[in-house]
Design a protein around this ligand. Structure first.
Ligand SMILES: [Zn+2]
Ligand SMILES: [Zn+2]
Ligand SMILES: [Zn+2]
Ligand SMILES: [Zn+2]
Length: 456
């Protein structure tokens, strides 16, 4: 149940944040439980990646706290896009050469640095007055993992100076976190040598060093020629190694992580083979139940850490080249139904029964949808081709091929042409028009897709 502040309707705080920061704090009495209207979406106004609003709330100055919330609300999230220089104030990492042009926007400064032990790590950016636009290099959109590195440094209670050096180390390596592969990347492998498990230099500097896990990795990186991906890159579909790494660091049980990392050796590919969605897939590897097959992609990116993962009768079964299956857990609806089972809201039997019916519906609907798809493209392409043929025939008509004085009559319109191509052009056009007049198969197809949608 969210709480609305005294500012009345201007901002609201979620239950979790209220418990975390406000209970027992200076502003506890300023909040009252508020009923969220069913037709309105509320978001928590004190949430920010670095917890600045929480820090401010603990200081007890209501006026500046409320002022911050309204200013923060107007700013939105830092998107790393270019802004006019005067639009915001800019910071940089202390000791950074001004010509290295590393900027931190006011939003990221407040969230990550202001009133924290890291405040001294940054300083206002000395205005060079050269460019009129700047973008924030701290933004999560830059894939530098800097904010996550801050959490790691926080956890380790790292000193400010050491953290400043960490930032420089991260910035000297190629960024990691996008879907683009690294070319001839340099990777650190684990000491407990595990095939295909490697992490890039940026992740090594961002997480391994700040979290004090260096001893588990090779001392020096190795170059892997060609295009490759880092196993800590969460934008790339692969098993969730990173959360296990954090668990292992926190609990001190390194085996927790090694167990997860070993999966890397058995994956079909990195990134994982894409889920075929509504299309049936031949071969592949499958998890789940005979009535609810889960593809490799959906298993490792979604199902692997759920309640029934270890009880599933299918565990990476390799499908024969001739057999085809559909993935039962790619859509939001199916995932929600499955999570309801995990939460004990419905039974596994009910869910598997639904999946059986869903598969039966698919058998009926999908071939029909595909047949219509073929019709859609055939009609469209044939009509298009005929129009092109008509066009070139008409061009041919412009150059007179017929002997002087000879005319050609069109049987359809009775029109006369000075070459046969004119007649041909007219025929092509007529055929194309007939195709274009045919009932559009797309309407019927949309109806079937909507029907299938009820099973997604
Ligand atoms: Zn909140
Ligand atoms: Zn920013
Ligand atoms: Zn990486
Ligand atoms: Zn799938």
């Amino acid at each position: 149940m969210p709480r609305a502040g005294e500012t009345d309707g201007r901002h609201a705080v979620c239950e979790a944040c209220f418990e975390d920061t406000f209970v027992g704090g200076p502003f506890e009495a300023r909040y009252a439980i508020a009923e969220q209207p069913a037709d309105l979406g509320w978001c928590c106004d004190v949430w920010d990646a670095g917890g600045f609003a929480h820090r401010l709330a603990l200081k007890g100055d209501w006026a500046s706290y409320v002022d911050h919330l309204s200013r923060r609300g107007l700013m939105g999230a830092c998107d790393g896009q270019f802004k006019m220089v005067q639009e915001t104030r800019w910071w940089t990492v202390r000791g950074m050469e001004p010509n290295s042009n590393f900027h931190i926007c006011e939003l990221c400064y407040m969230d990550m640095f202001k009133d924290t032990r890291w405040e001294g790590v940054v300083e206002p950016f000395a205005d060079q007055g050269v460019s009129s636009e700047r973008c924030c290099d701290w933004s999560p959109s830059k894939n530098l993992n800097l904010s996550t590195a801050i959490s790691a440094a926080d956890r380790r209670k790292m000193g400010a100076e050491e953290f400043r050096r960490t930032i420089f180390a991260i910035l000297s390596k190629p960024a990691c976190g996008g879907r683009e592969p690294l070319q001839d990347g340099r990777y650190y492998s684990l000491r407990a040598s595990i095939p295909n498990f490697d992490i890039c230099e940026s992740c090594y500097e961002s997480y391994v060093v700040p979290l004090g896990a260096r001893q588990f990795f090779a001392d020096t990186p190795t170059v892997v020629p060609g295009a490759g991906f880092c196993c800590f890159n969460r934008a790339v579909p692969q098993p969730q190694y990173f959360p296990r790494f954090i668990d292992a660091v926190q609990s001190g049980d390194w085996n927790l992580f090694l167990e997860r990392a070993r999966i890397a050796a058995s994956l079909t590919s990195l990134p994982l083979p894409p889920c075929a969605g509504i299309d049936a897939k031949q071969g592949g590897r499958w998890w789940g139940w005979p009535d609810c097959t889960i593809c490799e992609h959906c298993y490792y990116t979604f199902a692997m850490d759920t309640k029934f993962a270890s009880e599933m009768p299918l565990q990476g079964m390799v499908g024969g080249a001739e057999e085809s299956r559909i993935c039962s857990l790619f859509s939001d609806g199916q995932r929600r139904r499955y999570m309801d089972v995990c939460a004990g809201k419905t039974s596994l039997e009910q869910f598997l029964g639904f999946c059986r019916e869903r598969a039966a519906q698919w058998e009926v609907l999908w071939p029909a949808i595909q047949r219509l798809q073929v019709q859609v493209s055939n009609t469209y392409w044939r009509a298009q081709n005929l129009r092109i043929l008509a066009h070139s025939a008409r061009m041919g008509n412009a150059i007179t091929f017929g002997s002087p004085g000879t005319t050609y009559n069109s049987t359809t319109t009775g029109r006369q042409y000075n070459s046969f191509s004119g007649v041909q052009a007219e025929q092509y056009d007529a055929e194309a028009a007939a195709l274009e007049r045919m009932p559009d198969p797309r309407a019927e197809q949309a109806g079937l897709l909507a029907k299938w949608g009820e099973w997604e």
